[in-house]
Ligand binder design. Structure first.
Ligand SMILES: [Zn+2]
Length: 245
């Protein structure tokens, strides 16, 4: 195989590998709008989780207080009965003191329970609103997902086409040429074969020696950029093969 054909196949492989990389990136990357929508949902889920945790904490406190309140009310009954059975002022004073204290404890808990009840009401409403996806939101999300799925399908088809062309080019190049390309690729990927840009390397932009420029233009032997060591070709004479439909 002459150098010119080899360069053409190498440039074709480079082009196909670029296209394959772009297609793969497209498959991995969610469209920006869907991404921002997902982020919004993620943010909402985090908020929802925090509120649900707060609700659970309040309900636990509520249950604890209700238990304490029951105990306190039983104590109050006990002291009320005692109050009706006292026989002297000292006993009465003692029972009244106990009763006052219990009443005070009951009041504290009842106030706290009322505050909790109000907080729970508010939180429940917030949780309810947060967990609901509106009809509009759902339609919007589904439309975006459908568009992305369709685009993905197209890219997957394109990827198959690129891979078929890669195999075809590999066959045309033959085993020796393919091995040579692989070696070149291993050390320079993802860009191993680049066109000259005037008298510069289009990859690293270094200006090339005039004799190297002549060498590249002649396409009689493989010529490499002195600074980045990539394989150079002249795009006036070497054209990567086109992908057929
Ligand atoms: Zn270079």
């Amino acid at each position: 195989m002459d150098t010119r054909s080899k360069l053409q196949y190498f440039a074709t492989l480079q082009k196909l590998l670029d296209l394959r990389r772009q297609a793969r990136q497209q498959l991995e990357k969610l469209p920006d709008e869907l991404l921002s929508l997902n982020q919004r949902y993620a943010e909402r889920r985090r908020l929802l989780q925090a509120k649900e945790e707060e609700l659970a904490r309040l309900r636990q406190e509520q249950a604890g207080l209700e238990g304490e309140l029951e105990t306190l009310k039983r104590e109050r009954e006990h002291f009320r009965r005692q109050k009706s059975m006292v026989t002297n002022m000292r006993q009465l004073q003692a029972v009244v003191n106990e009763l006052d204290q219990v009443e005070g404890e009951i009041k504290k808990r009842e106030e706290r329970l009322l505050a909790i009840w109000q907080q729970v009401e508010g939180l429940e409403e917030e949780v309810n609103n947060l967990s609901k996806e509106s009809e509009e939101e759902r339609l919007h999300r589904e439309a975006l997902e459908a568009a992305f799925a369709k685009q993905k399908q197209q890219v997957e088809k394109e990827l198959e086409r690129i891979e078929a062309h890669l195999r075809q080019t590999q066959r045309l190049l033959g085993t020796a040429g393919w091995e040579e390309f692989k070696k070149l690729w291993a050390t320079r990927k993802p860009t191993a074969v680049v066109p000259m840009d005037g008298d510069s390397c289009s990859a690293c932009h270094a200006q090339l020696r005039p004799s190297l420029v002549q060498l590249v233009k002649a396409s009689a032997e493989l010529a490499f950029c002195d600074s980045c060591r990539r394989l150079l070709y002249d795009r006036e004479t070497i054209k990567p093969l086109e992908l057929e439909a």
